[in-house]
Design a protein around this ligand. Structure first.
Ligand SMILES: Cc1cc2nc3c(=O)[nH]c(=O)nc-3n(C[C@H](O)[C@H](O)[C@H](O)COP(=O)(O)OP(=O)(O)OC[C@H]3O[C@@H](n4cnc5c(N)ncnc54)[C@H](O)[C@@H]3O)c2cc1C
Length: 405
């Protein structure tokens, strides 16, 4: 049976960082990364549309959800861009705070991690799908008849999003069987399902909007940006960032779009009256085409006014006030999410009160947890990879320090 001082289960962002940290901390330790897929880092290659948005200039607890206060504190302000610079990979801010590798290549990010791990002499054992963990002289990790023993384990198996990229939730299931407390996984950063009939006329369109998530007759949270309308779904980064709320407000939640957020209702009504006088002779189909695309303009009119309007001159002041209200508050009921296979990250996971300040499980000494397996996720913009790398690095360092005691 192969034996290691530290075994890292999961060769994704957090696991690769954890391995480097462990071996940098104590070079004599025998360290291995175990990965269920044929190669490590498959998800990293898919991040940021192949460009890998690996961090953000403004890492703040406000951008995270779940047990984030304690977990973020535990990474001790670790700098992901500086870590990559130490691997020879230059990073830069894209002008909006999102940090990418200068070459905009996710493959270069993975190469930097793999080169470092090869330099440090870390074993990569791929195609090993861990099915069970047993506490025997440290821990045996088991896949069918194959067993590998580790004095310390680092669990970096990710969440459940897009399982073809590796993470399928299996490690969390193993933890829950060991009676480790966790919030069940749920999809986050995911398109939201709405009434298909309501979005059908908008299919393929995009619109800039201030977006609010409403439930229980109040606005729970908001964001702004480009909303995309697809088959029965609302999508776009601004929707992704609110999508986790569906898990908490399943009944009667809705997305409200303000399509003219820079104007008050009164200003907008005045503008619409002006446009009516300018376009008085045109078909009503052209009434809003100077503000929105023609299909979106007509959609708004149809959702505001039940009567068929032939010409712009037939639009009354009352109709204008209804149209203005609809532009400021176009609502779509939320009836679900597009699920784990369309989600970028997974909410839920092992809660902060299950681990001590070194990312070690309180109930299982010698097992550390990092990355998306923990009950934390961030908004779009590099926050998730930042946490994966920084929590992985901290867990790896702490595991190595305890292994050499
Ligand atoms: C399409 C896409 C684009 C994204 N883009 C960005 C972005 O640009 N910026 C950003 O910040 N975040 C992005 N994310 C989110 C980010 O990739 C994840 O939050 C991050 O990769 C999580 O790292 P992790 O190490 O915790 O898990 P993962 O990267 O999921 O790695 C987990 C690894 O563990 C392995 N594993 C799981 N179970 C077992 C087992 N039982 N035995 C052995 N191995 C196992 C898996 O195969 C996998 O390789 C994106 C996600 C997706 C899906």
């Amino acid at each position: 049976m192969k034996k290691y001082d530290i075994i890292i289960i999961g060769g994704g962002a957090s696991g690769l960082a954890a391995a480097a940290a462990a071996k940098r901390t104590a070079s004599d330790l025998r360290v291995a990364i175990i990965e269920r897929l044929p190669k490590v880092g498959k998800k990293i290659l898919a991040t940021g549309n192949g460009r890998c948005n690996l961090s953000n200039s403004e890492i703040s607890v406000k951008k995270y959800h779940g047990s984030c206060n304690k977990l973020l504190d535990m990474t001790n302000g670790f700098s992901v861009p500086l870590f990559f610079e130490s691997l020879g990979l230059l990073c830069e801010d894209d002008g909006y705070g999102r940090i990418y590798p200068r070459c905009r290549s996710a493959a270069s990010v993975l190469d930097a991690l793999r080169l470092e791990n090869a330099r440090l002499g870390i074993d990569e054992i791929c195609g090993f799908d861990v099915k069970n963990i047993k506490e025997i002289k440290g821990y045996d990790i088991i896949s069918g008849n194959d067993i590998i023993n580790g004095r310390k384990l680092i669990l970096s198996g990710g969440g459940r999003s897009q399982s073809a990229l590796g993470s399928n939730g299996s490690l969390l299931d193993i933890c829950m069987n060991m009676e480790i407390k966790a919030v069940p996984f749920y999809p986050a950063l995911v398109p939201l399902k709405t009434d298909p009939a309501l979005v059908k006329p908008l299919k393929g369109l995009r619109a800039e909007a201030a977006v609010s998530f409403r439930a229980k007759e109040r606005t729970i949270a908001g964001s702004c940006g480009e909303v995309q309308f697809t088959d029965g779904l609302l999508s776009g980064i601004c929707v992704f960032d609110l999508s986790y709320l569906y898990e908490h407000y399943k009944d009667s939640s809705e997305i409200i779009l303000d399509l003219m957020p820079d104007m008050s209702l009164e200003e907008l009504s005045e503008l619409l009256k002006n446009i009516r006088s300018i376009r008085i002779q045109t078909s009503s189909e052209d009434y809003l085409s100077g503000i929105f695309t023609r299909p979106l303009g007509n959609y708004i009119i149809k959702r505001s006014v039940s009567e068929n309007i032939g010409y712009t001159r037939d639009i009354t002041d009352r109709m204008i006030s209804r149209i203005a209200r609809k532009i400021k508050s176009l609502s779509f009921p939320v009836i679900g999410t597009a699920g784990f296979e369309r989600s970028q990250v997974t909410g839920g996971g092992i809660t902060a009160d299950e681990i001590n300040d070194t990312f070690e499980l309180k109930r299982k000494t010698g097992i550390y947890v990092c990355g998306e397996m923990l009950d934390i996720f961030g908004d779009c913009g590099g926050y998730n990879l930042d946490f994966a790398f920084s929590s992985g690095y901290s867990a790896g360092r702490n595991a190595a320090l305890s292994a050499i005691l």
